[in-house]
Unconditional design. Sequence first.
Length: 264
Amino acid sequence: MRILAISSQVAYGPVGNSAAVPALQAAGDEVIAVPTIILSNHPGLGKPVGLRIPAPDVAGILGALDNLGVLDGCAGVLTGYFASNDQIHGVARVIRRMKEKNPALMVLVDPVIGDGLALYVPLPVAEAVRDELLPLATIATPNRFELEWLSGAKVTDVPEAVAAARLLPVSEVLATSIPVSDSNLATLAVTRGNVDRHIAVLVNRVPHGTGDFLAGLYLSHRLRRGPAEALAASMEVLDLAISMSAGEAALDVAGALRRGYKAV
């Protein structure tokens, strides 16, 4: 399959496309990766060096790919981090055209807007993700904070997370970092009629990039199987990556895929 992935790119410490693309490629798929920003490293590792891709250039890259007919063959689209709301306007227009040509297109929106207690992107970016990208999504993959912000509902446990997920204009939500107890977190695959869950022990000092990695894993599996199977297969590899990487500077994406990925 061919998948369009639009997100950040870093040279070291896989986050954004640098984490999602290897997960997508593990199934043997072709990934068309378009960066929204290029950095030396995740800012959590120290001040990065790099450049933001201007919105007209992002739109121009996508337009050139569209003119080549490359986008017509895509089975899926993944969106992640955006550096400006103008980038989102152009990407949303392209996804609309792709869906008009291919109503079966699977669009996964990873709403990379915040964590913990606050947004870490400008408010116009978060609003554009909510207002322009979510309505185009087949699947959304928010963490707990993002789920609260996007739904406007409080999320303190699994039932509240399920209720909040069903407020979003998306038929399927993969909600992460949902509290179960002081030492356990849930990842939930919520559809209109069902909830599948994976419970994991909370691990401290985990490198950045787990959400991006999971988004790539989940889309890869969802293109081939249902939510329950996709959740189980994806979390098996993510849990392995977390256990291999705890306390390290960077998430061991390559090692986890090498040891744990089961092709479908």
